[in-house]
Design a protein around this ligand. Structure first.
Ligand code: SF4
Length: 704
C-alpha cells in the first residue's frame, strides 16, 4: 500500500485548451482525476479524454530501458552512442546533415533544450515539430499580419462575444471544454449567436444558430467576400484602419473583384445564406472568429488565416473584450514550442531567425559557439531529405510520424534510408519506434515536471505525482546528457526543469529584441520551490509586473517595422480540376474520445467504446450509388495507397465528401492508416501539410 493520497495540481496531457487537473494517487495505486476549479482554462470542467487520464497510466507497452538495435543497453552506452554518432556525422557531413523531429507533446523545458542544442551548438535549424502539422499556418498568418506570432485574445472573449464564428473547428469533439464554455455562455446570454462553417454537420452544429456547409477550402473566398461586404455596408472602422494598419486598399481591391454570386460559387454557400452571415457579422461588434485545423491544414492555410484576420482588422474588432480572431491550438504544448522557437524557421523567445540582431542576441545569451543562420527543413521537407539520403542522423522525440505525416509510406522509406535513427518515447512499440537504431525511454504524463502553454498564452505546470517507471527519464534530461557528451557541457548544466524554465524566462525579457509580445521574465530568478508552487499565468509578465490577463492590439502597437498591422491581399484559391478516378474529397480529423495515434487513449476501454474501430462517414446517397451498405467494409484509395474501413452512412456528411478519423494506426488497425492517402501537399508559406484534403475513390471491399 502507498502512503496517504496526495492531490497534485497539474495540466491535462491532451489538447491545447490546457485544462487544469487535480490528480490523486490513491492508496491502491489508482489515479483519481478531477477538473481543477481554480484553473482559468476550465474552472473545474474536463472532457471525456481528460477525465479518463487515470485509465491510461498503466505500464503495459511502456519503453522502460534504453535499447540499441532492439537489445537492452545501459543509459551510458546509449547516450554515448547517440552523442558520438551525431558528432561524427556533423564532422563528416556538416551540421545540416542531422535533424531533430520533436513534438507538441514535449514540455516547454524539453523543447527549449532540444532547440538550444540544434540551433546554438550544432549550428543548424533542422529542428521541426509535429506542431507543423497542426498550427503552423496560424503562426505564419500571425507573423504576416502582426509582425509576430501573437494570439490577440483570451478565453474570456468566448464568454463575452455576441457572435462566435467557428470555422474549420469541430470544437465539441476537439476542444470540448471550450465548446462547453461557449454552450454555457449561450445559456446565460441567449442573445449570443454561433455560426458554424464546416462541410460536415458535426456535433458542434448543435449549438449553432447558422451552419454554412462550405466547400472544402472555400474559407479564403468566404472571408474575402465578407471583407467586400463590410466595405460596401460602410462597416469598416476607418479610424482603426488608417491609424493602425497598412495594405487595406490592396486587400479590398481583391475583395471588390468578387460579387456575392462568385463567392457563392467558390464556397458552395447560397447567396441568401452568405448575405445572412455577412449581415450578422456586420452588425455584431463583439465578434470572435475561432479557427483550427480545418483552416490550418490546407495548401492555402496561411491565406485563410489572413483572410479572417483582415476582417477583424477592417472592423477594429481585435484585442478588445469579446472580439478577435482566435486560433485554437491542437496539442497541449504547441504554444510552448512556439515560445522556445521549436520550429525550423523560428528562434527562441519568439525572436526571428531571419533577424541578424535576434540571432546575435540569442547566441550571446546562450554563449553558444554558433547560431543557425538560415531556416531549417520543415516537417515534410525533413523526411523528404532523409529519404534522399541527405539527413544522416535523425532524432525523433515524443511523436509517431509514421502514423501522423502525410504519405506515411514515404516516411517509412525515409526512416529505412537514414543511417542513424534515434527515437525517445514512452512507448516501446509504435509504428515509428520499430525503425529506430536507438530507443530512449522517456518519462510520461504524471512522471515529470515542466510547463505547457495553452491557446490563450496561459503557462501552467505539469507536475509529477508518479515515480519514474523502469529507467525512464525526462526528455530535458536525455537531451542535456547527449549535449554534454557532444562536448557542450557548459551550455547544458541543467539539473532540474526549474533551472531551464528560469533561463527561458530570462531570455524572453533579455535585451531589447523589439517586442514585448513574449515576456515571462518575472520568473527569470525562479527557484525550485517557487517553480513547484507556480500558478497558471498568462504572458507577457515582465519583471516586477503582476500576472494579468492581457489582450493585444486593441490600440495598435503591432510588431511590424512601422508598428502597423498588415492586411494581406489574399486571393481565393482556384479550384483544382478533379481527376474522375478519384471523385470524393477526403477529410481527416479527430473523434471525441481518442487522441492522436491512440498510444494513450487506446488503453482506456471507456474511451474506446465511443468508436470501437475506424470508419468512413459517407452520405447515404453516395453510398447507394457505389453499392455500399451501412456498416459494411469499404476500400478507399488513390495513387498513394489504400485503406479498408467500415462505412458509416450519415446525412451529416455532404455528398462528394468522406470523413475518416486519423487515430487508428498499425498497433490498432494498420490497414486503416488514413495518412497513407494524404498527399504531402503543403502550404507554400507555412509548410503545413493539407491533411484535410485528399482525393479518393471509394468502393465496397471484397475480401478475396
Ligand atoms: Fe484535456 Fe482538452 Fe479535454 Fe481539457 S478539453 S480535458 S485539455 S483534452
Amino acid at each position: 500500500m502507498l502512503e496517504s493520497p496526495v492531490t497534485v495540481r497539474t495540466t491535462c496531457a491532451y489538447c491545447g485548451v490546457g485544462c487544469g487537473v487535480l490528480a490523486t494517487r490513491e492508496e491502491s495505486g489508482a489515479v483519481r482525476i478531477k477538473g481543477d476549479p481554480l484553473h482559468p482554462a476550465n474552472f473545474g470542467r474536463l472532457c471525456s479524454k481528460g477525465s479518463a487520464l487515470g485509465e491510461t497510466l498503466d505500464l503495459e507497452g511502456r519503453l522502460l530501458e534504453p535499447q540499441i538495435g532492439g537489445q537492452p543497453a545501459s543509459w551510458d552506452t546509449a547516450l554515448d552512442l547517440v552523442a558520438s554518432r551525431f558528432t561524427e556525422t556533423i564532422s563528416e557531413h556538416g551540421p545540416d546533415s542531422v535533424a531533430f523531429y520533436v513534438s507538441g507533446q514535449l514540455l516547454t523545458e524539453d523543447y527549449y533544450v532540444a532547440n538550444k542544442l540544434m540551433k546554438g551548438f550544432i549550428g543548424s535549424a533542422n529542428i521541426d515539430t509535429n506542431s507543423r502539422l497542426c498550427m503552423s499556418s496560424s503562426v505564419a498568418g500571425h507573423r504576416r499580419a502582426f509582425g509576430s506570432d501573437t494570439v490577440p485574445g483570451t478565453y474570456e472573449d468566448l464568454d463575452l462575444a455576441d457572435l462566435i464564428v467557428l470555422t474549420g473547428s469541430n470544437l465539441a469533439w476537439c476542444h470540448p471544454v471550450l465548446y462547453q464554455r461557449i454552450a454555457a455562455a449561450k445559456v446565460r446570454r441567449p442573445e449570443m449567436r454561433v455560426v458554424l462553417i464546416d462541410p460536415r454537420r458535426t456535433v458542434t452544429a448543435d449549438i449553432a444558430d447558422m451552419h454554412l456547409k462550405i466547400k472544402p477550402d472555400g474559407d479564403t473566398a468566404l472571408f474575402v467576400g465578407l471583407l467586400g461586404f463590410l466595405a460596401a455596408q460602410g462597416a469598416v472602422e476607418r479610424h482603426y484602419v488608417e491609424r493602425y494598419t497598412s495594405g487595406f486598399e490592396a486587400a479590398l481591391a481583391i475583395a471588390n473583384s468578387h460579387d456575392l454570386r462568385s463567392i457563392a460559387a467558390r464556397t458552395g454557400i447560397s447567396p441568401e445564406e452568405l448575405r445572412a452571415f455577412f449581415e450578422l457579422f456586420t452588425r455584431t461588434e463583439r465578434s470572435v472568429t475561432v479557427y483550427s485545423q480545418g483552416v490550418n491544414q490546407s495548401a492555402s492555410g496561411t491565406d485563410k488565416v489572413n483572410a479572417i484576420i483582415n476582417c477583424h482588422l477592417a472592423t477594429g474588432r481585435i484585442g478588445r473584450p469579446g472580439m478577435g480572431p482566435f486560433s485554437i491550438t491542437g496539442q497541449p504544448n504547441a504554444m510552448g514550442g512556439r515560445e522556445v522557437g521549436g520550429l525550423a524557421n523560428m528562434l527562441a523567445g519568439h525572436m526571428h531567425l531571419e533577424n541578424a540582431g535576434h540571432r546575435q542576441l540569442v547566441q550571446a545569451f546562450w554563449d553558444a559557439p554558433t547560431i543557425a543562420s538560415k531556416p531549417g527543413l520543415k516537417a515534410v521537407d525533413l523526411f523528404d531529405a532523409a529519404r534522399a539520403g541527405k539527413i544522416k542522423a535523425l532524432w525523433i522525440m515524443a511523436t509517431n510520424p509514421v502514423d501522423s505525416m502525410p504519405e506515411a509510406d514515404l516516411v517509412i522509406e525515409a526512416l529505412e534510408t537514414c543511417p542513424f535513427v534515434v527515437v525517445s518515447d514512452i512507448n516501446a512499440m509504435t509504428d515509428t519506434t520499430c525503425y529506430a537504431d536507438v530507443l530512449l525511454p522517456a518519462a510520461g504524463w504524471g512522471e515529470k515536471d515542466g510547463t505547457v502553454t495553452n491557446s490563450e498564452r496561459c503557462i501552467s505546470r505539469q507536475r509529477a505525482f508518479l515515480p519514474l517507471p523502469g529507467e525512464a527519464k525526462p526528455d530535458w534530461w536525455i537531451v542535456t546528457q547527449v549535449a554534454q557528451r557532444m562536448g557542450f557541457a557548459p551550455g547544458f548544466p541543467y539539473e532540474s526543469a526549474a533551472q531551464i524554465f528560469a533561463e527561458h524566462a530570462a531570455l524572453s525579457g533579455h535585451g531589447n529584441h523589439g517586442t514585448r509580445d513574449f515576456d515571462i521574465s518575472a520568473h527569470s530568478a525562479i527557484v525550485d520551490t517557487d517553480y513547484d508552487a507556480l500558478s497558471p499565468f498568462q504572458w507577457p509578465q515582465g519583471r516586477d509586473e503582476p500576472a494579468t490577463e492581457k489582450r493585444f492590439f486593441g490600440q495598435g502597437e503591432f510588431y511590424t517595422d512601422d508598428r502597423r498591422a498588415r492586411f494581406v491581399a489574399v486571393r481565393p484559391a482556384n479550384e483544382e480540376a478533379i481527376d474522375p478516378r478519384f471523385a470524393f474529397t477526403l477529410n481527416t480529423g479527430r473523434v471525441r474520445d481518442h487522441w492522436h495515434t491512440m498510444t494513450r487513449t487506446g488503453k482506456s476501454a471507456r474511451l474506446s467504446a465511443h468508436f470501437a474501430e475506424p470508419f468512413a462517414e459517407i452520405n447515404p446517397l453516395d453510398a447507394a450509388e457505389q453499392g455500399i451498405a451501412d456498416a459494411s467494409l469499404v476500400k478507399l484509395g488513390n495513387d498513394h495507397g489504400k485503406i479498408v474501413v467500415r462505412a458509416l452512412l450519415t446525412d451529416r456528411q455532404e455528398r462528394g465528401n468522406i470523413f475518416v478519423p486519423m487515430h487508428w494506426n498499425g498497433q490498432f488497425a494498420g490497414n486503416a492508416r488514413v495518412d497513407r492517402l494524404v498527399t504531402a501537399n503543403v502550404d507554400p508559406v507555412s509548410g503545413q501539410p493539407a491533411l484535410k484534403m485528399a482525393r479518393v475513390a471509394v468502393k465496397p471491399f471484397a475480401a478475396r
